[in-house]
Design a protein around this ligand. Structure first.
Ligand code: IPE
Ligand code: IPE
Ligand code: MG
Length: 260
């Protein structure tokens, strides 16, 4: 249950899906939605199942949400699948997560490709175990020319290390006399992030009620609208996504300015 001060959205069953859909303004669909796919472990625990069963159920949610994004014309979907801190988990769980990734890519690649989905990865992908890394590279290559929806999978991703890596790359260029440090600005640093050619997320969704970013898109989410729901990721579906879109469209994005 959400805490009593819960400031986000309405409760899950407050409004039927059909009436929610009618509230969506097709001209103000967020261009980029980011999701922290959290709560798989709790979902499994509540059912007396091993954590990996929760991760498996979470894959189904990704499929549903991707379909909903296609339906509403969302251009970029970034999903947090494995953080740089998730290596702290037991090896069995980490291995199971990568096995699921391989299984997902092998099973879904053709369907995703047919739908015009372009798969990309952000994070220290080079440090992933060989099997998931190769499968991911294959999926990225295979879908590289698609442009209907960009599915950005954050794997071995950390917002801080992303910024550190950008700073290192820029420092090298300065050391070698290729750039003048005075000319470094926000756009320049942005071009050195994993998300260089992706617009900042408009909407960031966190299921399972946690009120934190957990090192996700720290730079990019400076002015992102955050939407949190107590629903656990394996229970998250079309309805939750629609509710998030409706609430997003009700927000007043000021970017530090004032309303005229
Ligand atoms: C998110 O679910 C999946 C990953 C972090 C890979 P969790 O496994 O974190 O689920 P909870 O937070 O323990 O419920
Ligand atoms: C964030 O969830 C990472 C992913 C969903 C991949 P965590 O479960 O790892 O985050 P914390 O530990 O609750 O902050
Ligand atoms: Mg978690």
């Amino acid at each position: 249950m959400p805490p009593s001060f819960w400031p986000f959205g309405r409760s899950k069953d407050a409004e039927p899906e059909q009436s929610l859909i009618q509230k969506i303004d097709p001209h103000r669909i967020p261009q980029h939605v980011a999701i922290i796919m959290d709560g798989n472990g709790r979902w499994a625990k509540r059912r007396g199942l091993p954590r990996v069963a929760g991760h498996r159920a979470g894959v189904q949610s990704l499929r549903r949400v991707l379909e909903t994004c296609e339906e509403f014309g969302i251009r970029y979907l970034t999903v947090y699948a494995f953080s740089t801190e998730n290596w702290k988990r037991p090896a069995d769980e980490v291995n199971a997560l990568f096995d699921l990734l391989v299984e997902y890519l092998q099973r879904e690649l053709d369907t995703l490709h047919d739908k015009g989905v372009q798969i990309r990865a952000i994070g220290k992908v080079s440090e992933l175990p060989e099997n998931p890394r190769k499968e991911l590279e294959r999926a990225v290559r295979h879908t590289a020319n698609n442009d209907k929806l960009i599915l950005n999978v954050a794997l071995n991703y950390g917002g801080r290390i992303e910024i550190v890596e950008a700073v290192k790359a820029i420092a090298r260029q300065a050391r070698d006399g290729q750039i003048d440090p005075e000319r470094i600005d926000e756009a320049f640093l942005n071009r050195h992030l994993y998300t260089a050619d992706v617009p900042d997320p408009d909407l960031l969704i966190r299921p399972s009620g946690e009120l934190r970013l957990s090192n996700f898109l720290l730079w990019q989410s400076a002015y992102t609208e955050i939407w949190v729901t107590p629903t656990l990721w394996p229970d998250f579906g079309r309805k939750e996504m629609i509710q998030a879109l409706v609430d997003y469209q009700g927000r007043d994005r000021r970017f530090g300015g004032v309303k005229v």
